[in-house]
Design a binder for this molecule. Structure first.
Ligand SMILES: Cc1cc2nc3c(=O)[nH]c(=O)nc-3n(C[C@H](O)[C@H](O)[C@H](O)COP(=O)(O)O)c2cc1C
Length: 158
């Protein structure tokens, strides 16, 4: 009998990313509360990724088992604290890019620390599917995510 180890069974992960506008003013937006709750719930769902917020705009990257990610996205989309504008399916990876981040909130100083403060804005400007093909958008988000992943070690030093 061939025994498939759990790590091998789980090795393919599905990823998606979205951008949304916050419907709540920055002073009333409990970002740390959202991130802390998300992190705890994602840990139980086996979902990892990161969440950025800047000037009224969220960007979130989610990875995990496809059903779990799509199910969570349904919940997140119904959240009245934001309006999801652009949701992009990134397909499958061989393995997780952020295995240690059940939902890392990357704030402006995190991004500044690794010189990425303009990356989010830059990517959002290029995400209109009417102007850019789906493949270009996926390639752009993958580049953004790879940039952050390459600097995970730096970002852990808070
Ligand atoms: C920008 C944004 C990102 C969110 N990300 C997550 C997330 O990654 N995981 C999560 O469980 N909830 C996330 N939420 C919260 C969900 O929309 C929802 O409120 C929460 O999952 C409900 O949790 P409950 O089942 O414990 O009531 C997010 C909300 C917002 C506004």
């Amino acid at each position: 009998m061939i025994v498939v180890r759990k790590a091998e069974r789980d090795s393919r992960v599905f990823a998606l990313a979205y951008a949304s506008y916050s419907t709540v003013d920055a002073p009333n937006l409990d970002l740390e509360g959202i991130a802390t709750h998300a992190s705890a719930k994602n840990a139980s769902l086996g979902i990892t990724g990161y969440l950025c917020y800047d000037h009224g705009v969220f960007f979130q990257y989610l990875e995990g088992e496809q059903k779990a990610v799509l199910g969570l996205m349904d919940v997140i989309e119904k959240d009245t604290r934001h309006d999801v504008i652009n949701k992009v399916m990134l397909g499958e990876h061989e393995q997780r890019i952020f295995p240690d981040w059940s939902m890392r909130h990357l704030n402006r100083s995190d991004l500044r620390r690794v010189d990425l403060e303009n990356v989010l804005e830059h990517s959002l400007f290029h995400m209109d599917p009417k102007l850019y093909g789906h493949d270009n958008i996926v390639a752009l988000i993958r580049a953004l995510v790879a940039n952050i992943a390459a600097r995970q070690a730096q970002l852990k030093v808070v």
